[in-house]
Ligand binder design. Structure first.
Ligand SMILES: NC(=O)c1ccc[n+]([C@@H]2O[C@H](COP(=O)([O-])OP(=O)(O)OC[C@H]3O[C@@H](n4cnc5c(N)ncnc54)[C@H](OP(=O)(O)O)[C@@H]3O)[C@@H](O)[C@H]2O)c1
Length: 227
């Protein structure tokens, strides 16, 4: 399968990219951290391909898509890239920080869908897996911007699912709780003891491969069924 993954420079996106390539799939990945993108390029030969792309920039995402589509039309697009706010009550979060988080977690997902949906719809096959969260289905104090963004992903994905032709899927996916930079940003050392991304990917990567039209528009969790 040809799999597009946003946010492959670390964390869950990186673990998924490594697992898919190790298991014979082809990955097109992006992220903003140049040195990590170059490491991925050196480690994995073509047709795997990696680019420095900020998903908040629609023109840049469009140029990236042209390169990715040069290798073929993807079978799966995983919208994984996201950011977490520094924990604080909503009224203490500066407007520009709030806007930046929404630009990444929500607008970035729409930017990626805008460029990959038309060729996949023309082929009438493929799946979009948009990373949600437990905080896309429940809430906690001090993470209101992140909650807002992940609840938005649930709604965006379910509406988009209704627009897809038969044979395709769009799925909001809660990955679970994994020890990554995002988790450490809100829980600090409380992240200790949670699954590491490489362990998680052994379950999550094959789970994602099985998502398809039967799951279109369903809220799904890694290792579970729809909620
Ligand atoms: N870890 C958990 O327990 C957990 C729980 C629920 C949901 N999630 C979700 O799982 C996904 C992955 O998170 P993670 O835990 O792996 O976090 P992470 O370790 O912080 O990784 C986030 C990735 O997104 C990329 N990214 C951020 N902003 C970007 C932008 N504007 N353009 C392109 N790439 C960008 C980062 O790369 P650069 O900085 O290089 O751009 C990085 O590769 C997220 O959607 C998150 O909300 C995670």
């Amino acid at each position: 399968m040809y799999i597009v993954i946003t946010g492959v420079t670390r964390g869950l996106g990186r673990a998924l990219a490594d697992w898919y390539i190790a298991n014979g799939h082809t990955v097109a990945g992006c992220g903003r951290t140049g040195p990590e993108i170059f490491n991925l390029r050196f480690a994995h030969s073509e047709p795997n391909n990696f680019e420095v792309v900020d998903v908040t920039q629609p023109v840049r995402v469009g140029i990236w898509a042209e390169r990715v589509l040069g290798y073929g039309v993807p079978d799966i697009v995983i919208n994984n890239a996201a950011a977490m706010n520094a924990p604080a009550p909503l009224w203490e979060i500066p407007a520009e920080k709030f806007a930046q988080l929404i630009a990444t977690n929500v607008t970035g997902v729409a930017n990626v869908i805008r460029v990959f949906a038309p060729p996949m719809i023309a082929r009438k096959s493929g799946a979009f897996v948009n990373f949600s969260s437990g905080w896309g289905r429940s809430v906690s104090r001090d993470v209101a911007p992140y909650c807002a963004s992940k609840w938005a992903i649930e709604g965006l994905t379910k509406a988009f699912a209704e627009e897809l032709p038969e044979g395709m899927a769009a799925v909001p996916l809660n990955p679970g709780v994994i020890d990554t930079a995002i988790l450490r940003q809100c829980w600090g050392d409380g992240a200790d003891g949670h699954a590491k991304p490489e362990e998680w990917a052994k379950l999550a990567a094959p789970f994602i491969l099985k998502l398809g039209p039967k799951d279109n528009g369903r809220s799904v969790s890694v290792g579970g069924s729809g909620d």
